[in-house]
Design a protein around this ligand. Structure first.
Ligand code: GLC
Length: 670
C-alpha cells in the first residue's frame, strides 16, 4: 500500500512525464505518453477524496479490509488491470476498482455507506439526506401531495439538502437562504435539490428527470453534462459551490476513461454525454455496497451519438465556477489544466476541413438524434467559440501553451469571420443570395459555397422580418440550412460570436416573430419543423421527432436561461421577463415538462418527461439572473478587440465587399 509519500512520488512521476511531454513541440506528445507510455498509473492528480484532508493511494487488486465506518474510495483512471484508489484520512480500508460488469469498459467505484450515516472522518460531518443517492421519487410524491390545484406549493425548505459547506441545512437556514416570495420558485428549488445525485456522499450532479413512478426511465436517471449546466449555474448563483466543484472534478476524471465502441476509441479528450452512479454489492460482502461511476460517451446512447458539446460546456462551467466563487485554484490545478488542453486538442486537431467551424456528426449536441444537423451546426460553433475564449482566459502561461494559444487565437478569428460572414441572413443578405450567380470558379467568387438560389425556402420569404436577422443552422458546400436554431443563436450572442449589430438583430427577430418562436411556451428549439417528405428523408421518419414535437420544432422551457443571459447581455431584459411570465402561467401546473408540442406549444410533449431538471433549473437561473443581472457576466464573453482588428482586416479582403485578391496585413495567421 502506498502512503502519503508514495502518492507524492507517484504524482511526481506523472508530473515528470507531463513536463517531458510538454517540452516537446506539441501537446500531442503529452497525450501520447498519457495514452500509451504511462505505466497505467492514474490520472495525474489523485483528486480530492471524501474528507479531502489528505490522500493516499493503494493498489486496487489487493482486497480491502472491511469496515463499518464510512469511507470512500475511488478507482482512478485508465487502469483496467491495476487500479489505485484514494481514500478518507482515518480508515485506510477502502479502495476502488474498475468495474467491468456494471460499468462497461470502466467505472469509478466508491465503497458506500449507509445513507443516513455521518460521512467523512475529518470533521466535515457531512450528512447524507434520506432521499440520497439518485434523487428520490418519494420527495416528489410528498411535494405533489402538498401542491394545491392552482400550482402553489405549500412546502418550504430544501428537503434536507446539504448547504454550500456540505453540512445539513436546518429548515431555518433554508428559509433564510432560499427565501422567496414566489411559490413557483420555492417549488423549483425543492425539486432541483431533490434531483441531486450523490457519489461517496458528495453531491456531484443532478438527475436528468425525476419523474415519480415513471415506467420508462431510459437514460433520464443519469446526470447529463449539458443538462447539469443550468443546475450548476443555479447552485453557483445561490452560493452553493461544492456540487459544481465536484461535478467538474469527477467528470474530469471520466474524460480520461478508456472508451471504445466496437473496438474503436474516440479521441482522448472526449467528455461523456452522461454518467450514472450505480450502487453495486461489494464483492465478497453481501452486506456492504459500493458506488460506481458509470459514464456513457455515446457508446450506449440511442444512435450512438458523439457528445461533442459536453467538453465545451464543461469549460464554460469551469470558468463560471471561478468567476462566481472566486476560487481560481480549481482552474489552476494541473489536472484541470490538462483537461482543458485535452478538449482543445481534440477540437483543434487538424483534419480535412476547409472551414474553421467544427465538423461533427448528426446529434452531437442538445439535439441528440438525427435531425439533419451533421456538418457544421451553429450550436456547436457557438459553444466552441465560447469554450475557446473561456479556455484562453484560464490557461496558465507556461512552456508549451504559447503554441496552443496561437492556434487558438487563429481559430477564434477565422471562426468569427466565417460565422459572421457566411451564416448571417437578413433581408439584405437573403436578397443577395436570391440573385447569386452560381458555378463561380475562382478565388474571388462571391457565392463561395455555390448556393443555388432555389434553396431559399418559401417559408423564409414570409418569415424574414424587415428588421432583424439570424444565423442559419448550418453551412456546407452548396447547402445552407436556413432553419432557425434557438440555442445556437442565443449562445452566439452570449459568446460574442455574433457582433453587436447581429446580436441586436437576433433579439429583434425574437420579438417580431414571438408568435412563431414562443407563442404559448418559450420556446422553439428550431423553426420551422420538418414536415412530409422532408421529415421522412431528413429524420428517417423518426416518430419522436414528428413535426412540431421534441427536436423538430418542439418548445423547450430550459432554453429560457440562455435567452435570459442573451437579453441581459444586450441590455434588453424585458424580452426574458416576457418569456418568464409565460412560463410561470403553466410550468408548475404541468409538472415541469421537458418539452411542449404543437405549433403554438400548447400541449405537453407526446413523450415528454415530467419534472425535467433542466426545465426547473433553467427557470431558476432566469429568475436569479433577472433579479441580479450583473451575475450574468459569469457566462458572457465580451468582444475581443484583437479579434475585431483581425476581423476587419479580413472583411477588407472579402470579395463580397471588394473583388480581387489583395494582400492584407493580418495580425493573425489565418
Ligand atoms: C434528450 C435531449 C438531450 C438531453 C437528454 C437528457 O436526449 O435531446 O438534449 O440532454 O434528453 O435530458
Amino acid at each position: 500500500m502506498f502512503g502519503r509519500r508514495e502518492l507524492v512520488l507517484c504524482n511526481r512521476k506523472v508530473w515528470d512525464f507531463f513536463l517531458l511531454a510538454t517540452r516537446n513541440p506539441t501537446m500531442a506528445t503529452a497525450e501520447a505518453i498519457f495514452r500509451t507510455g504511462l505505466p497505467r498509473l492514474h490520472h495525474f492528480d489523485p483528486f480530492f477524496n471524501c474528507s479531502s484532508s489528505f490522500l493516499s493511494v493503494k493498489p486496487i487488486n489487493g482486497r480491502s479490509r472491511r469496515s463499518r465506518r464510512n469511507h470512500c474510495s475511488k478507482a482512478v483512471l485508465k487502469c483496467p488491470a491495476k487500479v489505485y484508489a484514494c481514500r478518507g484520512s482515518i480508515d485506510p480500508l477502502s479502495f476502488g476498482r474498475i468495474n467491468k460488469s456494471a460499468g462497461g469498459p470502466g467505472s469509478s467505484r466508491c465503497k458506500c455507506q449507509q445513507q443516513s450515516e455521518t460521512f467523512g472522518s475529518d470533521g466535515g460531518g457531512m450528512s447524507i439526506p434520506v432521499f440520497g443517492i439518485n434523487g428520490g421519487g418519494q420527495d416528489f410524491a410528498l411535494l405533489q401531495q402538498l401542491k394545491p390545484e392552482n400550482g402553489d406549493v405549500a412546502v418550504g425548505g430544501n428537503g434536507g439538502m446539504l448547504d454550500g459547506n456540505g453540512t445539513a441545512a436546518t429548515s431555518t437556514d433554508v428559509q433564510l437562504k432560499g427565501a422567496s416570495t414566489n411559490p413557483i420558485e420555492d417549488e423549483a428549488w425543492d425539486l432541483l435539490r431533490a434531483s441531486v445525485v450523490y457519489y461517496c456522499g458528495n453531491p456531484i450532479g443532478t438527475i436528468a428527470a425525476n419523474e415519480p413512478n415513471s415506467s420508462n426511465v431510459s437514460n433520464y436517471d443519469q446526470v447529463f453534462i449539458r443538462d447539469f449546466i443550468p443546475s450548476g449555474i443555479a447552485f453557483l448563483l445561490k452560493g452553493e459551490y461544492d456540487i459544481v466543484k465536484n461535478f467538474i472534478l469527477y467528470t474530469l476524471q471520466l474524460q480520461s476513461w478508456e472508451k471504445t465502441m466496437d473496438c474503436y476509441s474516440p479521441g482522448q479528450g472526449l467528455m461523456p454525454a452522461s454518467f450514472k452512479v450505480r450502487t453495486v454489492p461489494l464483492e465478497g460482502d453481501e452486506n456492504a455496497s459500493e458506488e460506481v461511476l458509470d459514464p456513457d460517451f455515446g457508446e450506449a446512447a440511442i444512435g450512438r451519438v458523439a457528445p461533442v458539446d459536453s467538453g465545451l460546456w464543461w469549460i464554460i462551467l469551469l470558468r463560471a465556477y471561478g468567476k462566481c466563487s472566486g476560487d481560481l485554484s480549481m482552474q489552476e490545478r494541473v489536472d484541470v489544466q490538462t483537461g482543458i488542453k485535452m478538449i482543445l486538442k481534440l477540437c483543434l486537431a487538424d483534419g480535412f476541413d476547409m472551414f474553421p467551424t467544427l465538423l461533427v456528426t448528426d446529434g452531437s449536441c442538445m439535439i441528440d438524434r438525427r435531425m439533419g444537423i451533421h456538418g457544421h451546426p451553429l450550436e456547436i460553433q457557438a459553444l466552441f467559440y465560447s469554450a475557446l475564449l473561456s479556455a484562453r482566459e484560464m490557461l496558465a502561461p507556461e512552456d508549451g501553451t504559447a503554441e496552443l494559444i496561437t492556434v487558438l487565437n487563429n481559430r477564434l478569428v477565422a471562426l468569427s469571420f466565417h460565422i459572421r460572414e457566411y451564416y448571417w441572413v437578413d433581408m439584405r443578405k437573403l436578397n443577395e443570395i436570391y440573385r447569386y450567380k452560381t458555378e463561380e470558379y475562382s478565388y474571388d467568387a462571391v457565392n463561395k459555397f455555390n448556393i443555388y438560389p432555389d434553396q431559399i425556402p418559401p417559408w423564409l420569404v414570409e418569415f424574414m422580418p424587415s428588421k432583424g436577422g439570424y444565423l442559419i443552422g448550418n453551412l456546407q458546400p452548396a447547402h445552407m440550412d436556413f432553419r432557425f436554431f434557438s440555442l445556437g443563436n442565443l449562445w452566439s450572442i452570449v459568446s460574442s460570436l455574433a457582433n453587436m449589430e447581429q446580436s441586436h438583430a437576433i433579439l429583434d427577430l425574437f420579438e417580431s416573430k414571438w408568435e412563431d418562436l414562443v407563442a404559448e411556451m418559450p420556446f422553439k428549439i428550431c423553426y420551422p419543423a420538418l414536415e412530409g417528405q422532408e421529415w421522412r428523408i431528413i429524420t428517417g421518419s423518426d416518430p419522436k421527432n414528428t413535426p412540431w414535437s421534441y427536436h423538430n420544432g418542439g418548445s423547450w422551457p430550459t432554453l429560457l436561461w440562455q435567452l435570459t443571459v442573451a437579453s441581459i447581455k444586450m441590455n434588453r431584459p424585458e424580452i426574458a421577463e416576457r418569456a418568464v411570465e409565460l412560463v410561470e402561467k403553466r410550468i408548475s401546473r404541468d409538472n415541469w415538462p421537458e418539452y411542449y408540442d404543437t405549433k403554438r406549444g400548447r400541449f405537453i410533449g407526446k413523450q415528454s418527461r415530467l419534472f425535467q431538471t433542466w426545465s426547473i433549473a433553467g427557470y431558476l437561473v432566469s429568475k436569479q439572473l433577472l433579479a441580479n443581472p450583473d451575475s450574468a457576466k459569469i457566462l458572457m464573453n465580451e468582444e475581443d478587440s484583437e479579434i475585431v482588428n483581425a476581423f476587419s482586416c479580413m472583411i477588407g479582403s472579402n470579395p463580397r465587399k471588394q473583388r480581387g485578391r489583395k494582400a492584407v496585413k493580418q495580425p493573425f495567421i489565418v
